[in-house]
Ligand binder design. Structure first.
Ligand code: IVH
Length: 672
């Protein structure tokens, strides 16, 4: 490939993977199957390996994803929580073995354990002297969200370990999951209540464990399995297989079954055995995890930035089914994005009936040449939203016609537009009824105004009845309007009105996020709230001022500026003000005058006498700000030993580079 094309491809892959990471880890709403996601990563890793000059420390190929959310306290892991390398092929599994043999030397004898791989949410439990003190999600691998109270609702989990051989401190890793039966029970209840059903147990588990109300969590009967050793003081086991038995002896729930293997052939036959047995497990397993049994050898093998070298996940290929594609419909999202959806002849797949599947976007439909009347292969990997993976060309009717993506929005008939640099087509009509509804849903949702009692079905009814169409209409709702809604009585009306009233004084960033300005997520909304302190000031800001804010790129600045120039939105701001909306400005941070006042510093590498955390605190204490990535806006890079790509980038951009000595000098110029 030509080099500009390679760069382009790498950038596109990184952006795409980062988006899917966000959807999977933070929102628990993945769009694509694990398999498709893994393929994207394989492609990126290969391109980065072929073009090492384009590799980047922050590339999603080096990261474990991040599940941390607003509203949770974070806790550091005593030992990092890594992810696992994975493969779908036997030959790569054999490569994994060959690499271990090479690293340990031919003479070294060793064995493996083979365990089921559960499809849930990773968690780290800390027990001190046998007592459960904390449960933390993986987070970014270094620190995660404290979900202790929610985890305590899991009935099968002992808060006190049995027996008496307990280490002082132990971090035990495991997976929180939901049984298929429980998943079906919850969805049935939702269906009866006319609510949207959940897509699969893994997503529901991820959403549940991050609920802020523990009584809601308790209603959902989560389960847990423990399988891994994080940190242990003093270390009391020497093998993974012994560790499994130790966990069992302490009364902790462990995997249904595990195998011990002397060589890789045995590993393979055990994986096949597991594949046959897993249908009868009460939970979803998406593969096998193969681990070197000896903990001493695990330590000798160590790990890469992302995953240990002593373990690998072998994933079972997703279940697929063949069916007829009857029609292609197009859904309109909040920002007008048009998503093609395959309407299918219902088919049984991984235990459920599938009648719709996503076709992702116009480009994907064209790439796969999907046509109405085709027989297609649908997949539901890990019970994720089904997707069309390919067309059975041999079964294509002779008279089939190439699918033409609609030129106009299917809801409001406005001519769709294609924004340069984006795959998706959009409906540009801000008053499109489909967009209006989704905008209102977003505004009221937990991530934004968090209006209690104003879920999707309530918004839908309010829009249908013509009671709301603009965000400001929410604040004009009266009890006479609400009592008409399905299943609404005096109490629920009162609650909803109270929820609306409370939202008037909620934090400023929630409003900014709630407007649904393109590219402005919660993080950017917080930066904007902090910088401007009020809607009026934000609305008046020019593009230059916006671009100067750390975390706001050019495109985002342009979008924000355009949003507040749109007459419909200027009017909205005026109305909100008249309706008595007074968002809470963030507390003004005390501006400290010091050596780094107003400066942005990026830290990289290991410093000789202090940790990066300490250096960061000193920068902040002297008025500066620490940022994680180097850009034109960076004032200094503080580099220690083994500083990698950030240092390179700083040099390229001509950013001033400090070593620890120069840094200390700046903080205290009088010291020698
Ligand atoms: S061991 C250093 N064992 O799968 C990582 N992980 O795709 C050690 N998982 O991050 C992980 N079942 O969340 C291990 N029996 C098992 C597992 C398991 C599920 C999860 C875990 C891991 C992810 C990797």
């Amino acid at each position: 490939m030509e080099s500009s094309k390679v760069i382009d491809k790498i950038m596109k892959l990184r952006a795409e993977i980062a988006r899917h990471d966000e959807l999977y880890h933070r929102e628990a709403k993945p769009l694509i199957s694990d398999f498709e996601y893994d393929q994207l990563k394989v492609e990126l890793v290969a391109l980065e390996a072929e073009n090492p000059e384009l590799a980047l420390e922050e590339s999603p190929s080096n990261k474990v994803g991040d599940d941390r959310l607003e509203g949770f306290t974070t806790y550091p892991h005593r030992s990092p929580m890594q992810s696992l390398d994975n493969t779908y092929s036997e030959s790569e599994l054999r490569d994994f073995h060959a690499r271990i043999v090479r690293l340990l030397g031919e003479e070294q004898s060793f064995s493996y354990v083979v365990e089921p791989k559960l499809d849930g949410v990773a968690v780290s439990l800390t027990y001190e002297q046998g007592k459960l003190v904390r449960a933390v999600t993986r987070g970014n691998g270094v620190e995660g969200d404290d979900v202790t109270e929610n985890v305590r609702t899991i009935q099968s989990l002992p808060h006190q370990l049995s027996g008496n051989n307990h280490p002082e401190v132990i971090e035990i890793r495991g997976e929180i999951y939901m049984t298929n039966a429980e998943f079906v029970r919850i969805n049935r209840g939702r269906e009866e209540a006319g609510l949207e059903t959940y897509a699969n147990p893994r997503n529901l588990t991820a959403g549940t464990i991050k609920q802020l109300d523990r009584s809601e969590v308790a209603k959902r009967n989560l389960a847990i399995v423990l399988y891994g050793l994080g940190y242990c003081e003093p270390l009391i086991v020497s093998r993974q297989s012994d560790f499994q038995n130790l966990l069992k002896g302490w009364g902790l729930p462990v995997v249904e079954k595990f195998w011990q293997a002397e060589d890789i052939d045995q590993v393979w036959s055990q994986i096949m055995e597991l594949d046959a047995a897993r249908q009868d497990f009460s939970y979803a397993t998406d593969g096998a995890v193969v681990k070197v049994d000896s903990i001493a050898l695990q330590e000798e093998l160590g790990s890469t930035a992302k995953a240990p070298r002593w373990a690998i996940a072998y994933k079972f290929a997703a279940e697929q089914a063949e069916t007829l594609l009857k029609e292609i419909t197009v859904q309109v999202g909040r920002t007008g994005v048009l998503t093609p959806v395959a309407e299918l002849q219902p088919v049984q797949l991984a235990g459920t009936t599938v009648s719709r599947a996503t076709l992702h976007n116009q480009e994907e439909v064209a790439r796969k040449d999907v046509r109405v009347g085709d027989t297609v292969i649908v997949e539901k990997a890990g019970e994720i939203i089904p997707a069309v993976v390919s067309v059975v060309m041999a079964k294509r009717p002779a008279d089939s016609e190439v699918y033409h993506f609609p030129e106009a929005c299917p809801i409001c008939q406005t001519l769709a537009i294609q924004i340069p640099g984006e795959v998706a087509k959009r409906c540009p009509n801000l008053s499109c009824p489909a967009q209006v509804r989704r905008r209102l849903e977003h505004f009221a949702s937990k991530q934004c105004l968090d209006i209690e009692g104003m879920g999707q079905s309530v918004v839908e009814q309010l829009v249908e009845k013509g009671l709301i169409s603009r965000l400001s209409d929410i604040y004009r709702l009266r009890s006479e309007d609400l009592i008409e809604l399905e299943k609404f009585a005096e109490k629920s009306v009162e609650n909803l009105l109270q929820g609306i009233e409370l939202s008037k004084r909620t934090e400023l960033w929630r409003f900014i996020h709630g407007f649904g300005i393109q590219q402005v997520g919660a993080a950017a909304a917080k930066d904007l709230a902090k910088t401007f302190g009020s809607l009026e000031k934000l609305a008046a800001a020019d593009q230059e001022t916006l671009v100067k804010i750390d975390g706001i790129g050019e495109k985002t600045a342009e979008g924000i500026h355009a949003y507040f120039r749109e007459p419909m939105n200027t009017q909205l701001m005026e109305e909100l003000q008249k309706l008595g909306i007074e968002p809470m400005a963030p507390a003004v941070e005390e501006v400290t005058e010091g050596a780094f006042s107003g400066k942005t510093v990026v830290l990289t590498g290991t410093l000789p006498t202090m940790t990066r955390g300490e250096a960061g605190k000193r920068i902040e204490a002297s008025g500066g700000k620490v940022s994680s990535s180097v850009s034109k806006k960076t004032d200094y890079v503080l580099a220690g030993v083994e500083a990698g790509s950030k240092l390179e980038k700083a040099k390229k951009l001509g950013v001033a580079i400090l070593d620890e000595e120069a840094f200390l000098q700046m903080l205290d110029p009088l010291s020698d």
